[in-house]
Design a protein around this ligand. Sequence first.
Ligand code: PAF
Length: 280
Amino acid sequence: MQVIKNPKQLQDTMLELKKQGKKIGFVPTMGYLHEGHISLIKCAKKENDIVVVSIFVNPLQFGKNEDLGKYPRDFERDKSICEKEGVDYLFYPDYKDMYPESFQTYVEVVELSKGLCGDYRPGHFKGVATVVLKLFNIVCPDNAYFGKKDYQQLKVIQRMVKDLNVPVNVVGCPIVREPDGLAMSSRNTYLSNEERQSATYIYKGLLEGKRLFQSGERDSEKIRQAVIDTIKKAPLLKEIQYVEVVDKDSLKPKKVAESGDVIAVAVYIGNTRLIDNMEL
Ligand code: PAF
């Protein structure tokens, strides 16, 4: 596996591989890799000739009072995971090379960035869309893999690619969960043992919402309330930011739930913000 830090060097390497007819699969990450990332890498390995993983904690997508400073990082550990998984290129750029001094161009996916996390993290999806388009331009992938845990992010990126004619196939991959149902996330490392226990109520809440839907309930408000009531049982719950039943494409809240809609949740367990979702 080759580690490349310089964007131009990686881009030149990729363009050469493409000339040779190689199919490139790309897994963008912020590092501190877990089973969720590994499942994306495995998927990319299956469907492409060359696999590229990027590790870049993108300051642009963090708000002023968010966890940029304490975001978990362990490059050596991530590197050995990538090596073990058979990644071909690990892109690990420095901030100054991604955002040179006079950087001033941004991408905004206007409607899909509103609601859900967009209401609580202003500017977040603008930061995500901007860095992902940059990464796509540097890596030139045929296929790019994103987890469905960040469901709104996936929709924003799919829309961006369509709207801006970016020649990348964006693949959404299933959420990977711990045995007790907690969705894998680098941020789970912030949780104390007791908080970790409390966090299991998120999945229990989603399951309760889905159970209600499967038993015939179509009133979104009732489904929402069932999810909220279950999550409220979490001993160390600090705040429920949102629980919404939304359309899977527009992400607009639904009054009447339908098969394919998504229940999306964001909560604080202690000081850790966790998101999760479930398709109905
Ligand atoms: O999901 C993530 O890890 C990040 O938002 C991404 C897509 C790598 C962009 O920084």
